[in-house]
Design a protein around this ligand. Structure first.
Ligand code: PMV
Length: 319
């Protein structure tokens, strides 16, 4: 019998995390070399859908899933969207090379790949906008007030200039650039960091509005540089500036700052945390030469990064 397959990439936030929750612009890019994958294998001998997630060491039937099970939620909402009253008789295998819970969009990518593979099964190629809104509904259950940036960049698989509740703007990248992504090894608790920023903003609205404005100004300036392919050194500076603002917001951490500092010392043009903060990943902008990439990669590994990913941002669509 035919086996159906779909994948979705990881993502990183380049500029504007947290401020994006407060309607300031942010830039996110897909990380195409790490991906989530969903495979659907129809069965004749079995009734209903079996979910197999080897990375999570899980194997269970959809009918027996807990009410808040993330995989079951995206399966059920996609089936409803596709007007299917019952799930297919099949085995759904979900896997991912995206580190879990590190701000690289693993949750959004897994959900996207599942919605996409169910679409294939029912002969419907779900468009990125359809995938993005299905996944957003699930993200809301987990993060409370997600801006929607994760599901957008993962479903569209292109650099995006994102403003909450506004039509998506895909960003051309005039000159590709290289990022080294370093993992602190600590889970980045998105809802906690977002909740902390909300409390601080409520306690000091004027101060935090200023931080958000600053982050938004940086994202807008970065967009111009990226779209016009202008000075990569200036782009690095903007990353450093954004990191300072995130530190003032209180979402950085000693581990993140250590990796950021060693990346800069090893020649990175700029570096910052990426995503919710307090853990997760930092990103460093590097010259595209292999020696420059190696220097930063080695420095990060020697300083305790538990994983390093090198990715090129090129703005070309990879289906
Ligand atoms: O999921 P993460 O760790 O990439 O963080 C999401 C980015 C935030 O701006 C902090 C929250 C949001 O919903 O945009």
């Amino acid at each position: 019998m035919t086996r159906f397959q779909a994948t979705a990439p990881g993502k990183i936030i380049l500029f504007g995390e947290h401020a994006v929750v407060y309607n300031r612009p942010a830039i996110a890019v897909p990380v195409l070399n790490v991906r989530a994958r969903a495979e659907l294998e129809p069965t004749t001998d079995r009734d209903g859908l079996q979910i197999v997630a080897p990375d999570l060491d899980r194997n269970y039937r959809l009918a027996e899933a807990e009410p808040d099970d993330a995989l079951a939620l995206i399966i059920r909402s996609t089936l409803a969207y596709l007007d299917q009253s019952k799930p297919p008789s099949a085995i759904l295998t979900v896997s991912s090379t995206i580190p879990l819970g590190r701000g690289l969009g693993s949750g959004a990518a897994i959900s996207t790949s599942i919605a996409r593979v169910l679409g294939h099964f029912y002969g419907r190629d779900l468009a990125p906008a359809e995938l993005s809104s299905l996944v957003y509904e699930v993200e809301k259950l987990y993060h409370g007030t997600p801006s929607g940036i994760d599901n957008t960049v993962v479903a569209f698989e292109q650099p995006v200039y994102f403003v909450r509740q506004q039509p998506i703007e895909r960003m051309p990248v005039a000159r590709p650039f290289t990022l080294v992504v370093g993992d602190t090894g600590r889970v980045s608790p998105t809802h906690k960091a977002v909740g902390y920023v909300r409390e601080q903003w409520q306690a000091d609205p004027a101060g935090y509005e200023q931080y958000f404005d600053e982050a938004g100004r940086i994202a807008a300036a970065a967009r111009e540089l990226i779209e016009q392919g202008r000075s990569i050194a200036k782009l690095g500076q903007l990353m450093d500036e954004n990191q300072s603002v995130l530190e003032k917001m209180g979402v950085s951490s000693p581990e993140l700052e250590q990796l950021i500092q060693v990346a800069r010392q090893a020649g990175a043009l700029g570096a910052k945390l990426s995503g919710a903060g307090w853990g997760g990943n930092m990103i460093a902008l590097v010259e595209p030469q292999p020696e420059a990439i190696r220097a930063v990669t080695q420095a990060l590994t020697q300083s305790g990064a538990t994983g390093v990913i090198v990715t090129e941002v090129d703005g070309i669509h990879h289906p």
